[in-house]
Design a binder for this molecule. Sequence first.
Ligand code: AMP
Ligand code: GLY
Length: 416
Amino acid sequence: MKILVVGSGAREHTIIKALRRDPEEHEILAAPGNAGISADADIVALDPSNPKVVTEFAATSDVDLVIIGPEAPLVAGVGNALRKAGVAVFGPDKEAAALEGSKSFAKEIMAAAEVPTGKAWTVSSEKELRDALATAGAPYVVKADGLAAGKGVLVTEDKDAAIEHASFYLQHGDVLVEEFLDGPEVSLFFVSDGNRIVPLTPAQDYKRAFDDDEGPNTGGMGAYSPLPWLEDNFVETVTTTIAQPVVDELASRGTPFIGLLYCGLIITDKGIKVIEFNARFGDPETQVVLARLESPLAPLLYAAATEMLDSVEAPRFSDECALTVVLASEGYPENPITGREIEGLNSLPENPRVSIAHAATAWDGSDLLATGGRVMSVIATGPTFAAARESAYATLESITLEGSHYRRDIALRVTS
Ligand code: AMP
Ligand code: GLY
């Protein structure tokens, strides 16, 4: 198959590496990709969020399948334009991607589909904000309604901090005040063809910047899979009470969800509740989910894109323990310092169970530079989490990037 992967992060690099493991050999293009991706795919320099440009390229290059990685192109309507041009695309139209692009829309869908989630109040002024915070009570949860790259959410006991955070986002649009949900978080992805869905495998993300869940929220600093502590029927419960009803609701509105439905869940003492949906593979969770995938990836995503999910085998996953650790630039997430050189990648310890996914890297002559906040992920598998951790952290110690930081407690407290 000739496959175009849209995006430039570690998620896209991971998807490309997984496609390369398929029994069938694919021709893979990445737009716009990054320095690491250029070793695994042909780079196409185009604006990934421009529907016209992406569609023209895909249609004239005989691409069989487009996989859209990030949320911005989805919300910008790249999926719509490709589908309209008759190109098979894995990634929903913008109407269905609004599940991620607008938290208030997601709440509306969940209410209509009777999906369990926290109570929420959509506010558009400071007066409404103060009233909602008084009703919700501490700890306060405030969220920007639109896309904010994982930085729009603040959970705090401090009402003034909640007001300050919300006031910033109120300048740009609505804000949600949400009931605080207490319990462990799980990410579970579903591949959807608009009607049928199949679950992938649960993963847990580490959202805070520093060890022991200290510091600000980030896009994700690490993840692991499987989750040995989950109840046996977890996947089935989420499938029947959350993912399928949401997909059915969107289909009944004439805006089917064709792509990856990311369910961000909290297991509360009153059951599993949704904290967010995303309309694309999660990053970094994808690194550990796909590290355990044993069945081919391209046929699965192609079957979803062509609305024939019943024609492929259900995804299969190994029992291996997988974890990923994100190496971040100094100052991430607030003010990452970019442009510094990354060294050590050529002399890493030999280990077939370790791989590296580049997130924000570029070549400057023969120097590899960090160009963003999350720079790369080190992914390791092993028979136990302890073994996988040893491999991942040995590799991280060999990589040098001035001022960089990574969490040292990924999968530390998981027993396998
Ligand atoms: P979101 O972008 O909605 O996933 O939120 C980012 C992070 O904030 C989540 O992964 C949670 O750790 C936290 N969070 C969001 N909503 C809630 C909530 N209602 N209660 C508790 N924590 C939350
Ligand atoms: N890791 C969280 C996300 O992809 O949104």
